[in-house]
Design a protein around this ligand. Structure first.
Ligand code: GLY
Length: 441
């Protein structure tokens, strides 16, 4: 019997819990969550609700339940050192130590690592700890992106043309970021199509999972504010419609080089997920950022079609034997659409940005899979919070059918909800293909 501790309480962790519990090893799942996710609870032998900063409580829960290994879903417990603290109790984890999770938590660490080890893919960038020199560096760039150095939940990046127009505004954002963060990164704005490549690493061997495209913008046709992700899709051929085999190979090659560099730099093997946010440009594949965990929503595209036993994958990550395991995925397309409260992602002063919890009803969703995120199960039914509520996933032999399955399921969820009907549809995908064609030409 394998006892596994899962830390996290979102839809991504629901997908992880499902992948673990369908293992032929029949593991017992124990979940540590900051708020109760009813779907994860129903898959768990026991759960504890606690804070991700409370490492003693996490350790205690792990020891009480004789945990064999842990898997950490979100970035916060990684950044808090949950892996290091479990390690001290002799409990290994799928997830990097605090030092190695700087891959996500410190953009300057990752960018400087690529530079030091001559790894391709870095956009032109500079890290600043004061305003000195920012103006001059910006003058040499056609368009700029400014990001604070630290965890921002994917929402701290400011892009010229989207979030601001002029250099004066960019400087204002830098000044504000420097008030709250030790450094700010200024980099060139790149034109292209983005893809997420979630790679699994034991520190030596790095294996790519099928690429996924996420949709950050809140509204149809990529309008509105950036969110944690409104939905995502992946193709049956394990590529993306605008991507070449070389693009995917380049993303993996960069990630393998980064894993090697991390070991050379720190003497520690990176054990967990290296999720690269890449962009395909006229000059090839560039790295936007790494996350030290599965993507949310991307995990919901990837884990449901994983054919290899996920417990074996986790063990291989921990034991450093990924080179001996063949990791396979079903040749299926997936479309994930997030059901969100109508006010999700809107500025606080917007009249629709309500913070009250609202009731929803879920009818028979037929062939779709549902992954619960911020929902509260009360005696009289299911309630949303202010965040993303349910990831609805369609899986089929092609994108068209997968999108239809997801859309059919969305119509079965009743209440003051919203979603992006355009994700995974032909017109939006054709737009991506045309965009990439223009750029390559
Ligand atoms: N898909 C965005 C994220 O997981 O950060």
């Amino acid at each position: 019997m394998t006892n596994i501790l899962l830390i996290g309480n979102g839809a991504r962790e629901h997908a992880i819990a499902e992948a673990l519990t369908r293992s032929t090893h029949n593991p017992k799942l124990f979940s540590y969550m900051k708020s109760n996710n009813p779907a994860i609870s129903s898959l768990s032998a026991d759960t504890r609700i606690g804070d991700y900063t409370n490492l003693d409580d996490i350790n205690q829960f792990a020891k009480e339940n004789r945990i064999d290994f842990a898997i950490i879903g979100p970035e916060d417990p990684l950044n808090n050192g949950a892996v290091d603290s479990l390690q001290k109790e002799g409990i290994p984890s799928v997830g990097p130590t605090k030092r190695l999770s700087r891959l996500e938590t410190s953009k300057s660490f990752t960018k400087d690592l690529l530079k030091k080890y001559n790894i391709p893919g870095n956009p032109k960038y500079k890290v600043f700890s004061s305003m000195d020199g920012i103006d001059k560096f910006m003058s040499g760039l056609d368009g700029v992106v400014v990001k604070p150095d630290g965890l921002t939940g994917g929402k701290g990046v400011m892009v010229q043309g989207d979030h601001f127009q002029t250099k004066v505004e960019a400087l204002k954002h830098c000044r504000k970021m420097l008030e709250e963060h030790p450094c700010v990164i200024v980099e060139e704005k790149l034109e292209g199509e983005e893809f997420s490549l979630q790679c699994i690493s034991d520190g030596i061997t790095v294996v790519a999972t099928p690429p996924v495209q996420d949709h950050k913008r809140r509204f149809v046709n990529d309008r509105g504010p950036n969110t944690g992700g409104m939905g995502s899709y992946s193709s049956a051929d394990h590529s993306l419609p605008f991507m070449t085999a070389e693009d995917a190979a380049e993303g993996l090659s960069i990630t393998q080089k980064v894993a090697d560099a991390i070991y050379k730099e720190t003497g520690e093997y990176y054990k967990g997920v290296m999720y690269g946010g890449f962009i395909i440009t006229k000059d090839g594949v560039k790295l936007l950022e790494y996350n030290a965990r599965f993507g949310d929503p991307e995990a919901m595209n990837t884990l449901p079609i994983l054919k290899t036993d996920f417990v074996d994958v986790c063990r291989a990550i921990i034991e450093g034997t990924l080179n001996t395991l063949t990791i396979e995925f079903e040749k299926k397309a997936t479309v994930c659409k997030y059901i969100v409260p109508k006010g999700y992602g809107l500025p606080k002063d917007h009249p629709d940005a309500k913070s009250t919890s609202e009731k929803i009803e879920v009818d028979d969703v037929k062939d779709a899979k549902l992954y619960y995120s911020s929902v509260d199960k009360r005696k009289d039914g299911l309630y949303m919070t202010t965040s993303r509520a349910i990831g609805v996933v369609g899986i089929a032999e092609n994108l068209e059918k997968a999108e239809q399955i997801a859309e059919q399921a969305v119509s079965c969820i009743k209440g003051p909800v919203d979603h992006r009907p355009d994700i995974g549809t032909k017109p939006l995908i054709q737009k991506r293909i045309n965009h990439m064609k223009e750029i390559r030409e």
